[in-house]
Design a protein. Structure first.
Length: 201
């Protein structure tokens, strides 16, 4: 793993542009990516499992949805496409990732509904009906817990978070930690070594 990764604010890796193609819910996506962002060359396998196995928002979903750690924006673009009445907040510390997500939201016709921000720039009063994340496990357990402890409490009372975590990277221990924090956690699906967790109050 290089120094430039999903928790690098200003990646030094050359921004060699490429395109990533994938299909979710019978819709094809072609998104721009670049070096210095998470899973720059393909849809990350964990993200693919999350988008395949979690319950995508229905077309009539409203309110605010959060893509936590958006990378180049695949989750944001899928959420915005599936829920045209909702607002998607795409959050990442990586400036290049935010630029790509902004461009990709425009590609899928959702530029007006995808709000791309650094974490500290999201207004404190926004509450989320859904949180979606392939969280950055490799930042370390303490940092991961701090990250989730910051954002999960911003769910609405009926809100739900969908998380995907590789089993060998601590998916089951994260499940237990979330329960210990008072969250209702269901292992919604398992596939290809990944756990999809549904988290609510």
């Amino acid at each position: 793993m290089t120094g430039d990764h999903y928790f690098t604010a200003e990646p030094a890796t050359a921004a060699r542009r490429r395109e990533v193609e994938f299909t979710v819910a019978d819709r094809d996506y072609t998104l721009a990516s670049a070096g210095g962002v998470f899973s720059a060359d393909r849809l990350d396998p964990g993200t693919a499992v999350l988008l395949r196995k979690a319950q995508l928002p229905a077309a009539d979903t409203t309110g605010d949805l959060l893509d936590l750690g958006c990378g180049f924006g695949p989750i944001s673009c899928v959420l915005a496409t599936n829920a045209p009445a909702a607002t998607v907040w795409a959050v990442d510390v990586n400036e290049r990732a935010r630029e790509l997500t902004t461009a990709n939201a425009a590609r899928v016709g959702a530029a007006e509904r995808v709000r791309v921000h650094a974490p500290d720039d999201v207004p404190a009063d926004v509450r989320f009906a859904q949180i979606w994340s392939n969280p950055p496990i490799r930042i370390g357990k303490d940092e991961l817990h701090e990250l989730l402890g910051r954002w999960l409490p911003r769910l609405t009372p009926e809100g739900v978070a969908w998380l995907v975590v590789a089993r060998h990277l601590g998916g089951d221990s994260l499940h237990r930690w979330l329960v210990d924090q008072g969250w209702q956690v269901e292992r919604h699906a398992s596939q290809k070594g990944y756990r999809v967790l549904r988290v609510g109050r």
